[in-house]
Design a protein around this ligand. Sequence first.
Ligand code: 3PG
Length: 399
Amino acid sequence: RTLESLGDLNAKTVVIRCDLNVPLRDGVITDDGRIRASLTTIRELREAGARLVLISHLGRPAGAPEERYSLRPVAERMSELLEAPVAFSSETVGEEAEAARAALGDGDVLLLENLRFNPGETSKDEGERQAFAEELAKGADAFVSDGFGVVHRRQASVTELAGLLPSAAGRLVAAELEVLQRLTENAERPYTVVLGGSKVSDKLGVIAHLLERVDTLLIGGGMLFTFLAAQGHAVASSLLEKDQLDTVRGYLAEAERRGVRIVLPTDVVVAEAFAADAAHEVVAADAIDSSSFGEAGIGLDIGPDSAVAFAAIIADSATVFWNGPMGVFEMEAFAGGTRAVAKALTETRGFTVVGGGDSAAAVRALGFADDQFGHISTGGGASLEFLEGKALPGLEVLA
Ligand code: 3PG
């Protein structure tokens, strides 16, 4: 259901579930992409005269307030971007929140404190989630689900709340679905997926699913070492998930059977320690233990030859989906692979989608602009689960 199904929202109180889970360092927002992505729906509903109550989580607090997870800096940033006041309630539910909501005029915006300061939000107990959702629904006329990054979560503000009020998907959720459907239904070939990030275990489902639909999988990031080890190579002190070796061997065999290319780096950047100023050198991917650092060597990025090879494959692709940095991009010495892949995505004529909070933050931190990519998804786990073909609870309740 889209916003149109909610009818005239003038003077109506509308709760919008956003995903304003932005990275913060010392209380300062380091990437405001998710706030910007939320503005389309907010602006449209303000213009329609609705009274907006925004709700979101930030980080993973354990059901109680923690200053470092406060959404207050987000209210300030949103106010700057909207060029309009955004009121903030330091309570999510309760008297202060109710008074702030009652004070809203038509087109006004209020952001409530972090949903996850309340145990009911993420409770495994449906009754507790329901009770918290009822608190959130008080005084509201409609619910808009626009936090694409959380639609894979069964949580009070995502699933139960939608059942209590007339509800619809917001513009961000609708836009994300349109793009991601292009990848699952009729992606133009050749279709290349670039996977990075630290753990194979986080990507198990999606790798299995992708082997059925893509032409080429490029593997980088921390998980590449489990792939190298599965091929029998020594990886010294690099990240290795021993319990995934058999699974990865299964993927390699399955890929061969299906004619899907899994491309691993041929060289890697190996460092003496996990530190920005650590000594480092480039070695062949099948000889990581022969670096000057011996068994202490840790692979922290794909090497320059691999970056060139990955870029060439991306250049020849008609569709590219990328999730997960190629190396420890936060440290300049190990950012080369991620930068090369990002650049290749901006240069290919293929349709490009960057998925996941980390990858989106990486491309912006490295100086690329959002409009250099076909689409930057605000969802990390959500976009991967969508590509896996899983039913997403936050979308099912809107169907
Ligand atoms: C994300 O960052 O992927 C979303 O905000 C969801 O956060 P979560 O993984 O803590 O539920």
